[in-house]
Ligand binder design. Structure first.
Ligand SMILES: Cc1cc2nc3c(=O)[nH]c(=O)nc-3n(C[C@H](O)[C@H](O)[C@H](O)COP(=O)(O)OP(=O)(O)OC[C@H]3O[C@@H](n4cnc5c(N)ncnc54)[C@H](O)[C@@H]3O)c2cc1C
Length: 475
């Protein structure tokens, strides 16, 4: 009881100090506005400005707004797109994401998950990944591996709507959102004490103590920071579409087949439909978009079922490994589920997106932090991209809350450094692992096929290794 009172007194003391500081800082920025650097009158002064209201930026705004320690802060979210009205239609959107358990936990803690559940999501209870150039296969099942589902397939716009529903609920009082706010430029501070300036295309300007770049892979915040960005294109596109399956099933399995040009994945949507993510060469992707619908469906079925040229050495080695595994009572990979066949494609659901890798060597600068694709971009083959961004949201919110609770400024550099260090230690190895998988599987020379097939088959046989992979993929 005494401890609770002490915590509450400490909180109200810090809140009063903070509001006094904000008054001083508002006066400081108004006087800055009168100086040369800030020559236009700012439209507003905020503690935090989030640039970009995609899935990551909106979730961050919600997480900061709902955090009890940060509730006295003024937060502004700027998004260039207009505020579109969302309507749940019978047709699924062609843009979906596979969300992991950690993302579900975050969304649950922010009361967003219940909005998603009220609309729709599809749990993934099994996953089968196999190589078109050999018999190698790995499968994951929620019953054998985890206490919960392997993942959840959710449409991007539905998730964004769920986040925005919570963001506009009475439980979030300190977040302002401006839609149609295309940011034209930034003046970033060199020291944390003076704050940054955000300038919109319409001439409006805003000042803030902490600027957070959630503005996607082409982030202008990152460019304004002048940090090194390591990036490359995969010369591949991800072809997406909504597919109708030939037979109605429970449909809770995610399928991924590694083809020489890139993986094709079917993510379950409901008993009749799955979402396609087919990573392939740019030319092939364009050709797939041009094909008449029936020929496109034939190409998808071929990609799932067609027998590709095999090396005899690879086949012989795989059957030798299979018999060794069987002799010691381990799964030999002979038992496999057959993938579904596709009946048709939902009209006008085909689209293609360029795929690339991106790593910002710094996630922070004085008074600035990056989250989501603005900081890191990965190939979608492992369904990690936005999950990494949601991990950024969770860690950044916790660290900012710790900083403020300790009586420090919201933009305190050593706390931002902690954020960068924690996230890079998680994100960079994941990004490199995903990139390595891409490289390993876009080669069809027999020695490489042999090594990867033996590796995949062994991994499938060793439960502890599989569990380790799953736990890495969900954190
Ligand atoms: C084919 C494909 C499949 C994928 N599948 C998965 C998956 O299964 N699982 C997974 O985890 N990830 C997946 N991803 C990755 C995932 O889509 C991205 O990681 C995610 O969209 C990044 O979200 P974000 O909010 O960081 O960035 P974005 O979605 O790019 O949002 C950035 C926002 O900033 C706004 N903005 C940009 N510039 C400005 C400006 N100047 N002023 C104001 N606003 C601005 C934009 O309008 C946008 O709303 C996939 C990606 C692709 C291409």
């Amino acid at each position: 009881m005494i401890l609770c009172q002490a915590v509450s007194i400490r909180r109200s003391f810090l809140t009063s100090v903070k509001s006094l500081e904000r008054t001083i800082s508002t006066q400081k920025s108004l006087s800055l506005a009168a100086s040369n650097k800030y020559d236009e009158k700012p439209k507003g002064q905020y503690d935090i400005i989030i640039a970009g209201g995609g899935m990551v930026g909106c979730t961050l705004a919600c997480a900061l707004g709902k955090n009890s320690v940060l509730q006295h802060l003024k937060i502004l979210l700027l998004e260039s797109s207009p505020n579109k009205k969302y309507e749940l239609t019978k047709e699924y959107s062609n843009r979906v994401v596979a969300l992991n358990q950690n993302t579900k936990t975050l969304m649950n803690s922010l009361d967003i998950w219940e909005h998603v559940e009220k609309m729709r999501l599809q749990p993934v209870r099994n996953m089968q990944v196999w190589d078109a150039c050999s018999d190698a296969l790995i499968s994951f099942s929620s019953s054998e591996m985890l206490e919960d589902d392997v993942a959840y397939i959710v449409e991007n716009d539905l998730l964004l709507h769920a986040v925005n529903t919570e963001l506009s609920s009475p439980s979030v009082k300190n977040v302002n959102i401006v839609y149609g706010a295309k940011i034209a430029g930034y003046e970033l501070t060199k020291q944390t004490s003076s704050g940054s300036k955000v300038k919109l295309e319409n001439g409006d300007t805003y000042l803030c103590d902490l600027l957070i770049g959630a503005d996607g892979a082409n982030s202008s915040v990152r460019k304004a920071m002048g940090v090194q960005y390591v990036s490359w294109n995969y010369d591949q596109m991800g072809v997406v579409a909504t597919l109708y399956l030939a037979e109605e099933t429970e449909n809770t399995t995610a399928w991924q087949r590694w083809l020489p040009k890139g993986p094709i994945a079917l993510l379950p949507l409901d008993s009749q439909r799955s979402s396609l993510v087919w990573s392939t060469s740019n030319e092939h992707a364009k050709e797939l978009l041009r094909l008449p619908e029936d020929q496109f469906v034939d190409s998808v079925n071929d990609a799932l079922w067609k027998q590709y040229p095999r090396s005899r050495t690879v086949d012989a080695s795989m059957s030798w490994l299979g018999s060794c595994l069987k002799s010691v009572g381990l799964p030999d990979g002979a038992v496999r589920q057959l993938p579904p066949s596709v009946r048709s494609v939902a009209p006008a659901s085909r689209a293609a997106f360029p795929l690339g890798f991106g790593h910002s060597t710094r996630y922070i600068a004085p008074g600035v932090a990056l989250v989501g694709d603005a900081a890191h971009r990965v190939h979608p083959l492992a369904g990690q991209g936005v999950n990494l961004g949601f991990g950024d949201v969770k860690d950044l919110t916790e660290l900012l809350s710790d900083a403020v609770y300790s009586g420090l400024d919201i933009n305190h550099h050593s706390w931002l450094e902690k954020y960068e260090s924690i996230r890079q230690r998680h994100n960079v190895p994941t990004q490199l692992a995903v990139d390595a998988l891409h490289r390993l599987y876009t080669v069809d020379s027999p020695p490489v096929v042999l090594i990867r097939s033996l590796g995949l088959q062994l991994t499938n046989a060793l439960q502890p290794v599989k569990k380790l992979i799953m736990s890495q993929a969900t954190t």
